[in-house]
Design a binder for this molecule. Structure first.
Ligand code: NDP
Length: 247
């Protein structure tokens, strides 16, 4: 049987660690050629590339700060030149920050917007120049776009809520081109950003139906579904996968 993503090219931002690395691995396992970005984690990025190439698939790692619009656009163009096109864009790179709104510095607010929102717009525009019928744009949002049961999350939640509006509008704009645009909204997921053994883990589990963190591979499974041909009628949606955090 042909692998699900045989002949497809994916571009994933923030593929060096956590959810992004699991997405890169899953798409490559199912036959995609994958280009991904990293920022600081060069060794982890190279390890992932080597693992994928040793398994016989194509992988390219590109170093870029997604807050730098010109550099991000160059990276997308570079990936398309090396791999021929882009069928699947996964906007995953993101940063988290907590703070009472009375204390959050303007610089933090700007940084969250630049990385979690502006970079999604920039990468999507760049990828669209290389994307045809059947294309997929998938953003990693957050269950905090829907529900914020704790203090100190206003600015982070705002960035993920912004993506809800962005995908609805983009889905309308790109439907005529046969391109779908969606958010996958994870709940607590065991990564460096939110370790299952972290100080806030117990409090999060208390508000969940399933009292545990997700594994990054579980989020990658949802991304793989949305990226697949089978999901061709799913667009403009924000699909929550949060163990009942928002229930
Ligand atoms: P991690 O902190 O584990 O990994 C973040 C990834 O993003 C790394 O690959 C990192 O690259 C990259 N990255 C961060 N900043 C930049 C930047 N300026 N330029 C380029 N790359 C950057 O996070 P997660 O895997 O947990 O999170 C991934 C996404 O999932 C984020 O959008 C996050 O908001 C979202 N999310 C996570 C949840 C969780 O509980 N973990 C829950 C809900 C949503 P490098 O290491 O190379 O610097």
């Amino acid at each position: 049987m042909m692998a699900k993503f045989q002949g497809k090219v994916a571009f994933v931002t923030g593929g060096s660690r956590g959810i992004g690395a699991a997405v890169v691995q899953r798409l490559a396992d199912e036959g995609a050629a994958v280009a991904f970005t990293y920022h600081g984690s060069e060794a982890a990025a190279q390890t992932l590339v080597t693992r994928i190439r040793n398994a016989g698939a194509q992988a390219v790692a590109l170093q870029v700060d997604v807050a730098d619009a010109q550099a991000l656009t160059r990276a997308v163009n570079d990936a398309a030149r090396q791999l021929g096109k882009i069928d699947i864009l996964v906007n995953n790179a993101g940063v988290f920050s907590m703070g009472n709104i009375a204390d959050v510095p303007l610089e933090t607010f700007d940084q969250l917007l630049d990385i979690n929102v502006r970079a999604v717009f920039v990468a999507s525009k760049a990828a669209l120049a290389h994307m045809g019928e059947g294309g997929r744009i998938i953003n990693i949002g957050s269950c905090n776009a829907e529900r914020i049961p704790f203090p100190d999350l206003a600015t982070y939640a705002m960035t993920k809520s912004a993506l809800v509006g962005l995908v609805k509008g983009m889905a309308r704009d790109l439907g005529p081109r046969g391109i779908t645009v969606n958010n996958v909204q994870p709940g607590p997921t065991d990564t460096d950003m939110n370790p299952a053994s972290g100080e806030f883990a117990g409090g999060m589990h208390d508000v969940m139906a399933l009292r545990r963190h997700a594994r990054p591979e579980e989020i990658a499974g949802m991304v793989a579904y949305v990226a697949s041909e089978e999901a061709g009628f799913v667009t403009g949606a924000s699909l929550t996968i949060d163990g009942g955090f928002s229930a």
